[in-house]
Design a protein around this ligand. Structure first.
Ligand SMILES: [Cu+2]
Length: 114
């Protein structure tokens, strides 16, 4: 069982890294250059739950297009707390909030059923 969990976690990391993010900043570069490293982006998106794994704290979500960030796709997200997964199951439509982690992964911090 423990080996299975590790395998799932490794897979999740691989998927998160393989996910193509378009971070094109088309606008004028008037942002604070000094804050880029510490400011982790927070985004909200909608999608359909494909599967959840409370033990591994991951959820596979078929998410809609996230403007200027990611096209619609099915991918696995890390979830901040297993408690976020207690109310959802495969097939549920959800709205979720996630941040980029410093290691380059994506972490869901809020998840609610629509
Ligand atoms: Cu994605």
């Amino acid at each position: 069982m423990r080996l299975t969990t590790l395998a799932v976690l490794a897979l999740a990391s691989t998927i998160a890294f393989g996910c193509s993010k378009s971070s094109s900043s088309g606008g004028s570069a008037t942002g604070n250059p000094g804050t880029a490293a510490s400011d982790l982006e927070v985004r909200t998106a909608k999608g359909v739950i494909k599967s959840v794994d409370a033990a591994a704290k991951t959820a596979t979500i078929d998410h809609e297009d996230i403007p200027n960030y990611m096209k619609a796709m099915t991918m696995k997200f890390d979830v901040e707390s297993a408690a976020l997964l207690t109310d959802v199951k495969a097939g549920d439509k959800v709205e979720f909030t996630f941040t980029e982690t410093k290691s380059g992964g994506l972490l869901v911090t809020k998840l609610k059923k629509l």
